[in-house]
Design a protein around this ligand. Structure first.
Ligand SMILES: Cc1ncc(COP(=O)(O)O)c(C=O)c1O
Length: 362
């Protein structure tokens, strides 16, 4: 079904990303009737309500609404790391791989990375990279970034115990921790760990309303009241001061109310598809590694190059994303129901079972 106010595309299962969702009628009504004001003057009541609600959910004092997850992350980075210092994170982290060098360009910050397995966070990886108290001779580490769930890792959920261990190690050394929680909602639904239990272990947390929760725009950064006051200044400098954006915040509030628990449906559908593909071509995906709404398929294991597989699936109404030459990412969300999942399974299993153009071993 085509959601209200959107064009039909001929795509029957859009698994490109969970950012492609279109707001439904009820969300649009909430947006149309939102109370608004000029948020640069702090006068938008709907934005204030959203910021307070998200801060409380994550166990922090205050929140700040931002136009994107990238801006929320970059504000978190800017608060903790001075120009010339560094942040550390895993090599697949969105902050390091997909924010286009923003930390270096906007904040004069360098970074170093560790290599992870499917984005899985281990405190010892962070600890092994941290350098502190080295005066004028080496770059000092000021921040560890954790991503939960991990996008390019395939929706990997981070262990709360591992995060707590890292918190102890970083606290001893005066290093801050920022959580890129664009999909923290998915981790919470998959594990039952309260959002605030994750949130409290970090100095700042960014969460997205525009991924699995289905709002059209918006993220929230949370932290201490002082940190958010400083972030508000940097948001304006970064060009993110918005006026009557309560219209957007209303969509976020609606999503928080209605779209968190249903993420379990996305997780179930992703797992069902992974199981079908694993049965069609053993070795292309390990269903046990599908923890949330993202499936990474090693299409090279079935003789395909990822871009060709993506093109062949698109011709049959299934949109996907080539994460590298061998692998394709599939993401379940609000606009992919059981019927669309059945269609996707049919197309993907048929393609995987045919032999595609073969790729040399990596
Ligand atoms: C893990 C993660 N963090 C941050 C972002 C950035 O969000 P935005 O696209 O709103 O800038 C994304 C976007 O996909 C993401 O997957």
């Amino acid at each position: 079904m085509t959601p209200a106010g959107t064009a039909s595309s001929g795509i029957r299962a859009d698994l490109l990303s969970d950012t492609v969702t279109r707001p439904g009628v009820a969300m649009r009504e909430a947006m149309a009737t939102a109370l608004v004001g000029d948020d640069v003057f702090g006068e938008d009541p709907t934005i204030r309500e959203l910021e307070e609600r998200v801060a409380a959910l994550l166990g922090h004092e205050a929140g700040l609404f931002t136009p994107s997850g990238s801006m929320a992350n970059q504000l978190g980075v800017r608060l903790h790391v001075r120009p010339g210092e560094e942040l550390v994170g895993d090599s697949l982290a969105h902050v390091l791989r997909a924010e286009l060098g923003a930390a270096a360009i906007l904040s004069g910050i360098s970074s170093r990375t560790w290599v992870s397995e499917r984005g899985r966070f281990r405190a010892e990886d962070a600890a092994s990279l941290m350098i502190t108290g080295v005066g004028p001779y080496q770059v000092c580490t000021a921040l560890v970034i954790v991503e939960n769930t991990h996008n390019f890792g395939g929706g990997t959920v981070q262990s709360i115990e591992e995060i707590r261990r890292a918190r102890e190690l970083t606290r001893e050394r005066g290093v801050a921790m920022h959580l890129d929680g664009a999909r923290l909602w998915n981790a919470h639904v998959a594990t039952g760990v309260p959002l605030a239990d994750y949130g409290r272990e970090f100095d700042t947390v960014s969460v997205c309303l525009s991924k699995g929760l289905g709002a059209p725009v918006g993220s929230v950064l949370v932290g201490s009241a002082d940190a958010m006051a400083e972030a508000r200044v940097w948001r304006k400098r970064f060009g993110g001061g918005m006026r009557q954006a309560g219209i957007l915040a209303a969509a976020g509030l609606w999503a928080l109310e209605h779209h968190i628990d249903r993420l379990a449906l996305d997780h179930g559908r992703a797992r069902r598809a992974a199981e079908a593909m694993a049965e069609a071509v053993p070795g292309c995906v390990e269903p046990a590694t599908v923890e949330t709404n993202i499936v990474i398929v090693d299409v090279a294991a079935a003789g395909w190059a990822a871009p060709e597989f993506v093109a062949a699936a698109l011709q049959r109404g299934v949109r996907s994303y080539a994460v590298d030459p061998r692998a394709v990412r599939l993401v379940w969300h609000l606009d992919v129901d059981d019927e669309a999942t059945d269609h996707a399974i049919d197309v993907l299993c048929t393609l995987l079972s045919e032999h595609g153009p073969s790729l040399p071993p990596s």
